[in-house]
Design a protein around this ligand. Sequence first.
Ligand code: C2E
Ligand code: MG
Ligand code: MG
Ligand code: MG
Length: 291
Amino acid sequence: AALCEARTGRVSFGVEPGVVGLADAMLADEVDGALDRDEMVLHYQPKVHVRRQAIDCVEALVRWQHPERGLVAPGDFLPAIERAQRMERLTLWTVTRAIADQRRLRALGHDLRIFINISGHLLADPAFAERVCACIVAAPDARIGFEVTETSVIRDPESAIAHLQQFDRIGVHVSIDDYGAGLSSLAYLKQLPARELKIDKLFITQLTSSNRDPLIVRSTIDLAHALDMEVVAEGVETHAALALLSVMGCDMVQGYLISRPIGLEALAAFLSEDRHRAATQDTRASFTRLA
Ligand code: C2E
Ligand code: MG
Ligand code: MG
Ligand code: MG
Protein backbone atom coordinates (compact mmCIF):
# COMPACT_ATOMS: atom_id res chain seq x y z
CA ALA A 1 0.00 0.00 0.00
CA ALA A 2 2.78 2.39 0.93
CA LEU A 3 4.46 1.55 -2.36
CA CYS A 4 1.37 2.44 -4.40
CA GLU A 5 0.99 5.67 -2.44
CA ALA A 6 4.63 6.46 -3.16
CA ARG A 7 3.95 6.10 -6.84
CA THR A 8 1.32 8.84 -6.72
CA GLY A 9 4.01 11.13 -5.36
CA ARG A 10 2.40 11.79 -1.97
CA VAL A 11 5.12 10.30 0.18
CA SER A 12 7.00 12.66 2.51
CA PHE A 13 5.41 15.72 0.92
CA GLY A 14 6.05 18.70 3.15
CA VAL A 15 8.58 16.89 5.32
CA GLU A 16 11.98 18.54 5.61
CA PRO A 17 14.89 16.68 4.08
CA GLY A 18 16.46 14.25 6.50
CA VAL A 19 13.19 13.70 8.38
CA VAL A 20 11.58 10.39 7.56
CA GLY A 21 7.81 10.68 7.17
CA LEU A 22 5.34 7.97 8.24
CA ALA A 23 4.66 6.83 4.68
CA ASP A 24 8.42 6.65 4.03
CA ALA A 25 8.88 4.47 7.09
CA MET A 26 6.08 2.13 5.88
CA LEU A 27 7.64 2.03 2.47
CA ALA A 28 11.05 1.21 3.92
CA ASP A 29 9.44 -1.65 5.89
CA GLU A 30 7.80 -2.94 2.73
CA VAL A 31 11.10 -2.89 0.83
CA ASP A 32 12.94 -4.55 3.73
CA GLY A 33 10.21 -7.22 3.85
CA ALA A 34 10.56 -7.85 0.11
CA LEU A 35 14.33 -8.27 0.48
CA ASP A 36 13.94 -10.47 3.58
CA ARG A 37 11.41 -12.69 1.76
CA ASP A 38 13.74 -12.85 -1.26
CA GLU A 39 11.15 -11.36 -3.62
CA MET A 40 13.69 -9.46 -5.71
CA VAL A 41 15.06 -11.28 -8.74
CA LEU A 42 17.85 -10.57 -11.18
CA HIS A 43 17.41 -10.99 -14.90
CA TYR A 44 20.44 -10.93 -17.15
CA GLN A 45 20.82 -9.43 -20.61
CA PRO A 46 23.87 -10.43 -22.67
CA LYS A 47 26.19 -8.01 -24.43
CA VAL A 48 27.41 -9.67 -27.63
CA HIS A 49 30.83 -8.90 -29.04
CA VAL A 50 30.14 -8.17 -32.71
CA ARG A 51 33.40 -9.28 -34.36
CA ARG A 52 33.99 -12.32 -32.17
CA GLN A 53 30.29 -13.26 -31.95
CA ALA A 54 30.94 -14.06 -28.31
CA ILE A 55 29.30 -13.17 -25.02
CA ASP A 56 31.81 -12.07 -22.38
CA CYS A 57 29.48 -10.04 -20.21
CA VAL A 58 25.88 -9.60 -19.12
CA GLU A 59 23.97 -6.80 -17.42
CA ALA A 60 21.99 -7.57 -14.26
CA LEU A 61 18.54 -5.94 -14.19
CA VAL A 62 16.42 -6.16 -11.05
CA ARG A 63 12.72 -7.14 -10.96
CA TRP A 64 10.33 -7.45 -8.03
CA GLN A 65 8.42 -10.73 -7.92
CA HIS A 66 5.48 -9.18 -6.08
CA PRO A 67 3.07 -11.68 -4.46
CA GLU A 68 -0.01 -9.87 -5.83
CA ARG A 69 1.20 -7.72 -8.68
CA GLY A 70 3.48 -10.25 -10.40
CA LEU A 71 6.83 -9.31 -11.92
CA VAL A 72 7.26 -5.55 -11.45
CA ALA A 73 9.66 -3.60 -13.69
CA PRO A 74 12.43 -1.50 -12.08
CA GLY A 75 11.01 1.75 -13.42
CA ASP A 76 7.91 1.10 -11.27
CA PHE A 77 9.64 0.59 -7.93
CA LEU A 78 13.18 2.02 -7.97
CA PRO A 79 12.01 5.62 -7.39
CA ALA A 80 10.15 4.41 -4.27
CA ILE A 81 13.21 2.46 -3.12
CA GLU A 82 15.29 5.61 -3.57
CA ARG A 83 12.79 7.63 -1.46
CA ALA A 84 12.70 4.95 1.22
CA GLN A 85 16.50 5.15 1.35
CA ARG A 86 16.85 1.46 0.60
CA MET A 87 18.86 1.75 -2.63
CA GLU A 88 22.10 0.91 -0.84
CA ARG A 89 20.58 -2.24 0.65
CA LEU A 90 19.14 -3.28 -2.73
CA THR A 91 22.43 -2.65 -4.54
CA LEU A 92 24.52 -4.59 -2.01
CA TRP A 93 22.00 -7.44 -2.34
CA THR A 94 22.33 -7.21 -6.14
CA VAL A 95 26.14 -7.38 -6.02
CA THR A 96 26.03 -10.37 -3.65
CA ARG A 97 23.45 -12.22 -5.74
CA ALA A 98 25.33 -11.46 -8.97
CA ILE A 99 28.56 -12.90 -7.52
CA ALA A 100 26.70 -16.08 -6.44
CA ASP A 101 25.03 -16.41 -9.88
CA GLN A 102 28.40 -15.82 -11.54
CA ARG A 103 29.83 -18.81 -9.65
CA ARG A 104 26.92 -21.01 -10.71
CA LEU A 105 27.45 -19.99 -14.35
CA ARG A 106 31.19 -20.61 -14.06
CA ALA A 107 30.52 -24.11 -12.75
CA LEU A 108 28.52 -24.68 -15.97
CA GLY A 109 31.46 -23.47 -18.07
CA HIS A 110 30.35 -19.87 -18.67
CA ASP A 111 32.76 -17.24 -17.37
CA LEU A 112 31.08 -13.85 -17.62
CA ARG A 113 31.66 -10.38 -16.20
CA ILE A 114 28.41 -9.15 -14.64
CA PHE A 115 27.53 -5.44 -14.89
CA ILE A 116 25.38 -3.83 -12.22
CA ASN A 117 23.57 -0.49 -12.47
CA ILE A 118 24.55 2.01 -9.77
CA SER A 119 22.18 4.88 -8.98
CA GLY A 120 23.37 8.49 -8.89
CA HIS A 121 22.79 8.97 -5.15
CA LEU A 122 24.98 5.99 -4.31
CA LEU A 123 27.76 7.00 -6.67
CA ALA A 124 28.42 10.12 -4.61
CA ASP A 125 28.20 8.32 -1.23
CA PRO A 126 31.59 7.41 0.34
CA ALA A 127 29.98 4.95 2.81
CA PHE A 128 28.44 3.03 -0.10
CA ALA A 129 31.75 3.02 -2.01
CA GLU A 130 33.50 1.55 1.01
CA ARG A 131 30.86 -1.14 1.63
CA VAL A 132 30.50 -2.21 -1.99
CA CYS A 133 34.29 -2.42 -2.41
CA ALA A 134 34.56 -4.54 0.76
CA CYS A 135 31.89 -6.86 -0.62
CA ILE A 136 33.73 -7.30 -3.95
CA VAL A 137 37.23 -7.58 -2.47
CA ALA A 138 35.93 -10.34 -0.15
CA ALA A 139 35.15 -12.39 -3.29
CA PRO A 140 38.51 -12.66 -5.11
CA ASP A 141 36.92 -14.59 -8.01
CA ALA A 142 34.27 -11.89 -8.68
CA ARG A 143 34.31 -10.21 -12.11
CA ILE A 144 32.08 -7.19 -11.80
CA GLY A 145 31.32 -4.05 -13.81
CA PHE A 146 29.31 -0.97 -12.82
CA GLU A 147 27.06 0.95 -15.19
CA VAL A 148 26.71 4.62 -14.25
CA THR A 149 25.07 7.46 -16.15
CA GLU A 150 26.76 10.77 -16.89
CA THR A 151 23.89 12.54 -15.17
CA SER A 152 24.77 10.77 -11.93
CA VAL A 153 28.43 11.78 -12.29
CA ILE A 154 27.51 15.42 -12.81
CA ARG A 155 25.58 15.65 -9.47
CA ASP A 156 28.84 15.57 -7.52
CA PRO A 157 31.68 15.06 -10.01
CA GLU A 158 34.50 15.18 -7.49
CA SER A 159 33.21 12.33 -5.29
CA ALA A 160 31.84 10.37 -8.24
CA ILE A 161 35.19 10.41 -10.07
CA ALA A 162 37.09 9.50 -6.87
CA HIS A 163 34.75 6.52 -6.31
CA LEU A 164 34.96 5.39 -9.92
CA GLN A 165 38.76 5.41 -9.64
CA GLN A 166 38.47 3.36 -6.46
CA PHE A 167 36.20 0.83 -8.26
CA ASP A 168 38.59 0.63 -11.21
CA ARG A 169 41.54 -0.05 -8.86
CA ILE A 170 39.80 -3.12 -7.38
CA GLY A 171 39.09 -4.49 -10.86
CA VAL A 172 35.52 -3.26 -11.39
CA HIS A 173 35.03 -2.17 -15.02
CA VAL A 174 33.21 1.14 -15.32
CA SER A 175 30.69 1.62 -18.12
CA ILE A 176 28.97 4.90 -19.02
CA ASP A 177 25.28 3.99 -19.42
CA ASP A 178 22.65 5.77 -21.53
CA TYR A 179 25.31 7.92 -23.19
CA GLY A 180 23.89 10.91 -24.99
CA ALA A 181 20.49 10.81 -23.28
CA GLY A 182 21.27 12.77 -20.14
CA LEU A 183 23.50 15.62 -19.10
CA SER A 184 26.63 15.03 -21.16
CA SER A 185 29.86 16.84 -20.63
CA LEU A 186 32.96 16.05 -22.62
CA ALA A 187 34.98 17.67 -19.82
CA TYR A 188 33.89 14.86 -17.46
CA LEU A 189 34.02 12.15 -20.08
CA LYS A 190 37.75 12.71 -20.56
CA GLN A 191 38.36 12.34 -16.80
CA LEU A 192 36.29 9.21 -16.16
CA PRO A 193 38.18 5.95 -15.65
CA ALA A 194 35.64 4.18 -17.90
CA ARG A 195 36.45 1.26 -20.17
CA GLU A 196 33.10 1.16 -21.88
CA LEU A 197 30.54 3.56 -23.29
CA LYS A 198 26.93 2.50 -23.92
CA ILE A 199 25.09 4.52 -26.52
CA ASP A 200 21.50 5.08 -25.38
CA LYS A 201 18.77 3.22 -27.22
CA LEU A 202 17.28 6.62 -28.11
CA PHE A 203 19.85 6.78 -30.95
CA ILE A 204 19.59 3.11 -31.91
CA THR A 205 15.82 2.60 -32.28
CA GLN A 206 15.62 4.60 -35.54
CA LEU A 207 19.21 4.09 -36.62
CA THR A 208 18.34 2.83 -40.09
CA SER A 209 15.40 5.16 -40.72
CA SER A 210 16.67 8.53 -39.52
CA ASN A 211 19.19 10.85 -41.19
CA ARG A 212 20.87 12.13 -38.06
CA ASP A 213 21.07 9.16 -35.70
CA PRO A 214 23.67 7.28 -37.81
CA LEU A 215 25.88 10.40 -37.88
CA ILE A 216 25.62 10.81 -34.10
CA VAL A 217 26.26 7.11 -33.48
CA ARG A 218 29.24 6.94 -35.82
CA SER A 219 30.92 9.99 -34.32
CA THR A 220 30.24 8.72 -30.79
CA ILE A 221 31.88 5.39 -31.65
CA ASP A 222 34.91 7.23 -33.05
CA LEU A 223 35.09 9.50 -29.99
CA ALA A 224 34.91 6.55 -27.58
CA HIS A 225 37.59 4.65 -29.50
CA ALA A 226 39.84 7.74 -29.48
CA LEU A 227 39.41 7.78 -25.69
CA ASP A 228 40.32 4.07 -25.59
CA MET A 229 36.84 2.86 -24.63
CA GLU A 230 34.82 -0.03 -26.02
CA VAL A 231 31.38 0.82 -27.36
CA VAL A 232 28.10 -0.97 -26.65
CA ALA A 233 24.88 -0.12 -28.49
CA GLU A 234 21.79 -0.78 -26.35
CA GLY A 235 18.28 -1.36 -27.68
CA VAL A 236 19.31 -3.23 -30.85
CA GLU A 237 16.09 -4.74 -32.20
CA THR A 238 16.75 -5.35 -35.91
CA HIS A 239 19.29 -7.10 -38.11
CA ALA A 240 19.60 -3.92 -40.18
CA ALA A 241 20.66 -1.92 -37.10
CA LEU A 242 23.16 -4.59 -36.11
CA ALA A 243 24.63 -4.69 -39.63
CA LEU A 244 25.06 -0.92 -39.68
CA LEU A 245 26.60 -0.88 -36.18
CA SER A 246 29.01 -3.58 -37.28
CA VAL A 247 30.14 -1.48 -40.26
CA MET A 248 30.57 1.53 -37.96
CA GLY A 249 32.94 -0.48 -35.76
CA CYS A 250 30.66 -0.80 -32.72
CA ASP A 251 32.26 -3.39 -30.41
CA MET A 252 29.22 -4.86 -28.66
CA VAL A 253 25.45 -4.93 -29.03
CA GLN A 254 22.68 -5.53 -26.56
CA GLY A 255 18.97 -5.69 -27.28
CA TYR A 256 15.85 -7.73 -27.90
CA LEU A 257 17.32 -8.93 -31.25
CA ILE A 258 19.84 -11.01 -29.29
CA SER A 259 17.92 -11.57 -26.05
CA ARG A 260 15.58 -9.90 -23.62
CA PRO A 261 16.74 -9.84 -20.00
CA ILE A 262 16.20 -13.45 -18.79
CA GLY A 263 16.50 -15.45 -15.57
CA LEU A 264 19.64 -17.38 -14.63
CA GLU A 265 18.41 -20.79 -15.85
CA ALA A 266 17.32 -19.35 -19.20
CA LEU A 267 20.65 -17.53 -19.52
CA ALA A 268 22.61 -20.74 -18.93
CA ALA A 269 20.50 -22.50 -21.60
CA PHE A 270 20.91 -19.57 -24.00
CA LEU A 271 24.70 -19.60 -23.60
CA SER A 272 24.93 -23.37 -24.05
CA GLU A 273 22.80 -23.37 -27.17
CA ASP A 274 24.90 -20.63 -28.79
CA ARG A 275 21.68 -18.96 -29.88
CA HIS A 276 23.37 -15.56 -30.16
CA ARG A 277 25.51 -16.95 -32.98
CA ALA A 278 22.38 -17.70 -34.94
CA ALA A 279 21.23 -14.09 -34.48
CA THR A 280 24.54 -12.60 -35.59
CA GLN A 281 24.78 -15.03 -38.52
CA ASP A 282 21.34 -13.94 -39.78
CA THR A 283 22.79 -10.45 -39.65
CA ARG A 284 25.66 -11.48 -41.91
CA ALA A 285 23.00 -12.45 -44.44
CA SER A 286 21.19 -9.11 -44.15
CA PHE A 287 24.57 -7.37 -44.24
CA THR A 288 25.34 -9.05 -47.57
CA ARG A 289 21.96 -7.91 -48.86
CA LEU A 290 22.72 -4.31 -47.77
CA ALA A 291 26.11 -4.30 -49.49
P1 C2E B 1 19.29 0.59 -18.34
O1 C2E B 1 20.42 0.21 -17.42
O2 C2E B 1 19.59 1.56 -19.42
O3 C2E B 1 18.75 -0.79 -18.92
C1 C2E B 1 18.23 -0.95 -20.22
C2 C2E B 1 16.73 -1.12 -20.23
O4 C2E B 1 16.31 -1.28 -21.60
C3 C2E B 1 16.23 -2.36 -19.50
O5 C2E B 1 14.94 -2.07 -18.97
C4 C2E B 1 16.08 -3.37 -20.64
O6 C2E B 1 15.14 -4.39 -20.38
C5 C2E B 1 15.62 -2.49 -21.77
N1 C2E B 1 15.99 -3.04 -23.09
C6 C2E B 1 17.00 -3.88 -23.38
N2 C2E B 1 17.05 -4.17 -24.69
C7 C2E B 1 16.03 -3.48 -25.26
C8 C2E B 1 15.55 -3.37 -26.61
O7 C2E B 1 16.08 -3.95 -27.57
N3 C2E B 1 14.48 -2.55 -26.80
C9 C2E B 1 13.88 -1.89 -25.79
N4 C2E B 1 12.81 -1.11 -26.09
N5 C2E B 1 14.30 -1.97 -24.51
C10 C2E B 1 15.36 -2.76 -24.24
P2 C2E B 1 14.60 -2.40 -17.45
O8 C2E B 1 15.10 -3.75 -17.09
O9 C2E B 1 13.15 -2.08 -17.28
O10 C2E B 1 15.48 -1.35 -16.64
C11 C2E B 1 15.21 0.01 -16.73
C12 C2E B 1 16.24 0.82 -15.95
O11 C2E B 1 16.15 0.51 -14.54
C13 C2E B 1 17.69 0.48 -16.31
O12 C2E B 1 18.07 1.15 -17.46
C14 C2E B 1 18.42 0.97 -15.07
O13 C2E B 1 18.62 2.36 -15.13
C15 C2E B 1 17.42 0.70 -13.95
N6 C2E B 1 17.82 -0.52 -13.21
C16 C2E B 1 17.55 -1.81 -13.49
N7 C2E B 1 18.07 -2.62 -12.55
C17 C2E B 1 18.71 -1.83 -11.65
C18 C2E B 1 19.45 -2.07 -10.44
O14 C2E B 1 19.69 -3.20 -10.00
N8 C2E B 1 19.92 -0.97 -9.76
C19 C2E B 1 19.72 0.31 -10.23
N9 C2E B 1 20.22 1.31 -9.53
N10 C2E B 1 19.05 0.55 -11.36
C20 C2E B 1 18.55 -0.49 -12.06
MG1 MG C 1 22.34 -0.27 -17.59
MG1 MG D 1 21.25 1.77 -20.53
MG1 MG E 1 18.41 3.15 -20.47
